[in-house]
Every structure is written in C-alpha cells, then in structure tokens.
Design a protein around this ligand. Structure first.
Ligand code: FES
Length: 177
C-alpha cells in the first residue's frame, strides 16, 4: 500500500523513537515491532525495513515474523473499520455471504484497506450478538441480520458507490442455473 502525504516522516520518526527504548539486538525485534505498530496503527513495509537495517538483520526475516503472528497488522486501519463476524451462528446464516459482498463492493480482501484508506475489512470471531446473526460491526456499531442489500445500505450511508463490476457479477450469479 502506498504511503500518504507526510506518512514517511511519521514512520521514520516512529521507528527512531522506538529504537531509543530498545537494544539493537535481535531479541528486541518483537517489542520493537509492537511499539512501532502502537505508534502508527500498523506496520508499514518501510518501518520493517528501517528496523531490519538498525538490527542488521535481513528485511525478509522481519517481514516473515510480522506475517507469522496475527497480532501484527500490515495494512493501515481504514477510516471506517468493518468487522464481519464469522462465529458459528453468523457463519451458519450467511456471514460468509456478507463478507463476500463487502469484498466485492470495496474491491479488497479481508485484512485489507481500500487504497483511499476509507475502509478496512476483517473477519472476527463471535462478537456476542448471536441472536442478530449474521452480524457486522461497523465502527463499533453492531449491525444485525445483514443481507447483501444491507451491505449496500451500509456503504451508501458512507457515500460509497457500488462498483459496476460487483453488480454485474451478482446479476450473472442470479441468472445462472
Ligand atoms: S457468532 Fe456472530 S455474533 Fe456470535
């Protein structure tokens, strides 16, 4: 994901500050990554490269570790965060359909952020509202009984147009035998 204006400086400063608090030893890698993620909200590739350089280890090792642990977030959080519940109750009544709808309409996959950074999408475990399944949490607001039409309504409420490609694919799906 490309950086937005002024972000490179933020990243460089964030990494420099984190390095002040930790030894430049390989054992410091996870604490450093957590610290930088805490400051920036995610772990940009540039931050991982700078940390690798400071610790004198290959950048691929840092990237490998960050992708191994799901506590690390490699994409920036969107202005609006959409969490689709994929707990058993939601999955059984169409949680996967809701997730698929968001993916098509936003043209991103789960754990990704739209290029304009307006929306990020993730699947989550049970959020404790099973009677409202399938459930989606949008910016901490719980939406229940989410159908594809409701997905459109949620996105339209944020002024997001539905891409023609998503409409076309669904029409084709509806018309197929
Ligand atoms: S399984 Fe989705 S709210 Fe419980």
């Amino acid at each position: 994901m490309s950086l937005i204006e002024g972000e490179e400086e933020l990243i460089r400063n964030g990494v420099a500050e984190a390095l002040l608090d930790h030894d430049r030893a390989r054992e410091s890698l996870i604490p450093l990554l957590l610290k930088v993620q805490g400051k920036l909200g995610y772990l940009p590739a540039l931050a991982m490269e700078l940390i690798a350089e400071a610790l004198q280890i290959p950048a691929v090792d840092v990237y490998g570790l960050a992708t191994f642990y799901n506590r690390f977030r490699l994409n920036p959080p969107g202005k609006h965060q959409i969490q689709v519940c994929m707990g058993t109750a939601c999955y059984m009544v169409g949680g996967d359909i809701a997730l698929d709808c968001f993916e098509r309409r936003l043209e991103i996959g789960e754990d990704e952020t739209t290029p304009d950074r307006e929306f990020s999408l993730e699947r989550v475990a049970c959020v404790g509202c099973c009677t409202m399944a399938p459930v989606v949490v949008v910016d901490e607001l719980v939406e229940g009984h989410v159908t594809p039409t409701r997905v459109d309504g949620i996105l339209l409420s944020f002024g997001r147009e539905i891409p023609k490609s998503a409409e076309k694919t669904e029409q084709e799906g509806e018309n197929s035998p």
